[in-house]
Each structure stands twice: as C-alpha cells, then as structure tokens.
Design a protein around this ligand. Structure first.
Ligand code: S3P
Length: 448
C-alpha cells in the first residue's frame, strides 16, 4: 500500500452484517423542499431533511436570496419563502460547493427574476457542464457570462420580461427538467418540458402539493410536463423519505457479504429511483420490500436484504435514468458476482462529481477486478466471492459515491481496501461510516 492521508479510511473483509438502520433523507427531495419552500409564501416545515453539505449549499443560497431557514429543537427545518419572483439580489457569490443539483436548480429558479446572481463551486463542480442549464434559460430571456464551455463561476442576469418556453431535454436530466419548471413558475403563461426518458419526478409531485398547476402526459416524444406561470405557492409540510441512493450502498454491502441480514427503514421507492434495487434482485439478491406506504406523496418501504450469491446481468440501457447514481456501487456488487455484468447507455456518468466510469475502472482494476471500459459504461467480469484481491488504496476523486463504493468493496475483498479521501462522503451521507460500523463492518482508520 502507498501513501495515505488523515482523511483516508480502510475497510476490511467482513461478514454477518446485521441490524436495522434508518438512512438519511433523500438528497433530491431535500433540495427541492428547501427551494420550493423559498419560492412559496408562508412557512414550510420539513421533517427528515438530509443534513449534508450539498443540502446546506442550497440552504445557504436561498438565505442569500432572501428566504429564512431555521432548524427547530425537534429537528424539523422551517423555511419562510419570498414568493415566486420574489428573490432578492444576493449580496455575495453563491457557492454551491460540490453540489450540481444546487447549481442547476438555482440557475433555473433565479433566471426569470430580474436580479444578478453569481455562482461558483468547488474544483469538481467548476469542471462540470452548466451549458445544459444555461441554454434553456437563455430562451426564457436570461443572460449569462460563464467560463469557456459553460463552466462555473458564472453570472446570470435574470429576465425582466421572461418568455415561457417549450423545451425538449437533450439529455435525460431531472436537474435540467426541474430548472426549466422552476424558471417557468415566475414566467407568464405555460412552460413545457419534454423528456425523452422519464427521470425522477419529485419536482412534479412536490410542486403540485405546493399549489402549482402541473400537468403531465405521455406523448410520442416522451413525457410532457407543463407548469402554469405566475404561480402562487403556499408553504407546506413535507416529510423526506430515506434516500434510496444512500440505501443502495448498505443494500449492496449486505448482499455481498456472507450471512448478512440488514433492514433499511423508510426508504423512498419511487419507481423513478429504484432501478438499482430491481437490478440487484435480478442478480439474485434476497431482498424484500415491507410495510409499503405513501409518505408526503412519495412511495416508501422498509427493505430487508440478506447475503446472497449474485450473478452477472445485462442492465437495460433504458433503466439508466432510474439508477444513474447507483452504477458505481452496482459495479462493485458485479465484481463479487459470478459472470459478466454489462452496464451501457450511461454516458452521463462521465460528467458527475467525477468521471465515474474512469474512476470505477481505475479503482476496480487496482483491486484486481477484470473490467472493460466503454465510452458509455463498463463491463465487469465477476468471478464470484473470494475472487477480488483488494489490497489497494483507491482515489475518491472528490466524489462521495466513488468513496462509498470502494469502501463497500473492501468488505467483500480478500484483503483491505483503502480510500484516499473520505471527506466527500459528507456531501450526501454524513453517518455512513458509523452506520457501516454499527452493522458490523470492519473499518479502520489509516492510523490503526
Ligand atoms: C438529481 C438528478 C441526477 C442525479 C443527481 C440528483 C436531482 O442528475 O445524478 O445526483 O436531484 O435532480 P441529472 O439531472 O444530471 O441526471
């Protein structure tokens, strides 16, 4: 093993993970609850908000835009909004940290209000494409100054007399769909967005609850979503379910380790998010949904998962939008499975918090896994339990999901797996290491 820093961590071969855990709140729903609360009139109360760095970036931003956000003693969060079109011009730059969702959603939310807003982010976010958000906003009438390639930092001058648009998404992106819908709220008339493939629909659901008029229909080109402008949103009570994208790491850890039996409580199972669970089941994982219910307009279930013999599968490309954040952990599960797992049609992985195809190919190969890299995905040639050497230190590339994925691999490899920098995990799953440890995983710091 090579040089390690104080932010590094190692996981060791583990088995019999057991227990029942609550996973932190859904990141996508948390961002939306804060942002819609900030665009509503009156008070929004949020239970179960994800208290992680990405969501704190959105909270910091809406405060600069004039909303009040406070946490109460019971742990709920309260937002007092300024109404659609009511954002104030911020006195300082909005720093979105590592959060692409904050940046894209906020660019949409401010683009139809006549204020100037400056956005920046960390090294990872400043390398990510923002042109996809800029382009539809220019059609509304907003003006932009951005770095070459539409990168942050950028400045927006929101449109004074916005024009409603009809926009077809060039890539399957819930962030861009949401940005267009949020911009449409403060524009006149009806704004329409067409998505060729269905992406997570939390915005559509939540906007309806806030009192906006949202219409969704299937058309030959895909899914058409229309939102009426000059909307009056009223404060709401929101319950945030557990994040299925965070639960995915624990589900995979349990499925990959012998004798494990783990229950994950209150996980969001909205069908636009459950592609990973469907795939894990197809791989042979013993997994059940219990106590299925609707909470705050979202489907929720408790998930029980046991150590299982996994086999390789071909993941249909059409499933990509419903599991786009789960490919790194799926690639890890695939390396412990028997046979080939093919993951294609996921080019978007190249522009996430890191180039996730590249990061996973590098990390898996360092641990002795046979991997083929494609422009739009990867193929993992799994050789079953006991076949992954481990004994490597992997780079997290400032990407929470790469860090958590490689740590999960260390539980099922023959020798420990280290991750050079686990700090990014705080962007989405602050208690991840504690939760793993509580389930019985063997985790050691570099100093041990
Ligand atoms: C998100 C949408 C997805 C996802 C991201 C969260 C959202 O990104 O990867 O983690 O909350 O809308 P894209 O919209 O770029 O697909």
């Amino acid at each position: 093993m090579g040089m390690i820093s104080c932010n590094s961590l190692t996981t060791n071969p583990s088995c019999h993970l057991a227990g029942s855990v609550v996973v932190p709140g859904d990141k996508s729903i948390s961002h939306r609850a804060i942002l819609l609360g900030a665009m509503a009139v009156g008070e929004t109360r949020i239970a179960g908000l994800l208290e992680a760095e990405d969501v704190m970036s959105t909270i910091g931003a809406v405060r600069l835009l004039g909303a009040s956000v406070e946490k109460s003693e019971c742990g709920d969060w309260h937002v007092w909004g300024v109404g659609t079109g009511g954002f104030h011009e911020p006195e300082n730059v909005i720093d979105c940290g590592n959060s692409g969702t904050s940046a894209r959603l906020l660019i949409g939310a401010v683009s139809t209000t006549p204020i100037s807003v400056l956005f920046t982010g960390d090294n990872s976010l400043r390398a990510r494409p923002m042109q996809r958000a800029i382009e539809p906003m220019q059609q509304f009438g907003a003006r932009f100054q951005a770095r070459t390639g539409g990168r942050l930092p950028l400045a927006v001058r929101g449109a004074r007399n916005a024009i409603p648009i009809r926009y077809t998404l060039p890539v399957a992106s819930a962030q861009i769909k949401t940005a267009v819908m949020l911009a449409g709220l403060a524009a006149p008339g009806k704004t329409s967005v067409i998505e060729p493939a269905a992406t997570r629909d939390h915005t559509e659901r939540m906007l309806g609850a806030f009192g906006a008029s949202v219409q969704v229909e299937s058309i030959p080109e895909g899914r058409l979503i229309c939102v009426d402008g000059h909307a009056e949103l009223g404060g709401q009570e929101i319950t945030v379910p557990g994040d299925p994208s965070s639960a995915a790491f624990l589900a995979a850890a349990a499925a990959m380790t012998e004798g494990s039996d783990v229950s994950l409580q209150g996980i969001g199972v909205n069908p636009t998010r459950t592609g990973f669970f469907a795939t894990l089941r197809e791989m042979g994982a013993e997994m059940e949904y219990g106590n299925q219910r609707i909470e705050g307009g979202e489907q929720v279930a408790d998930i029980r998962i046991r150590g299982s013999s996994l086999r390789g599968v071909e993941v249909p490309s059409a499933r990509a939008p419903s599991m786009i954040d789960e490919y790194p952990i799926l690639a890890v599960a695939a390396s412990i499975a028997e046979g080939k797992t093919i993951m294609r049609g996921a080019r978007e992985l190249r522009v996430k918090e890191s180039d996730r195809i590249c990061a996973m190919v590098e990390g898996l190969r360092a641990c002795g896994v046979d991997v083929v890299e494609y422009e739009d995905g990867l193929e993992v040639l799994g050789k079953g339990p006991g076949s992954v050497a481990g004994d490597a230190i992997c780079a997290s590339h400032m990407d929470h999901r790469i860090a958590m994925s490689m740590l999960c691999l260390g539980l099922a490899a023959n020798k420990p797996v280290g991750v050079d920098d686990i700090a990014p995990i705080a962007t989405s799953f602050p208690g991840f290491i504690d939760t793993l440890t509580r389930l019985g995983a063997k985790v050691s710091s570099s100093a041990d």
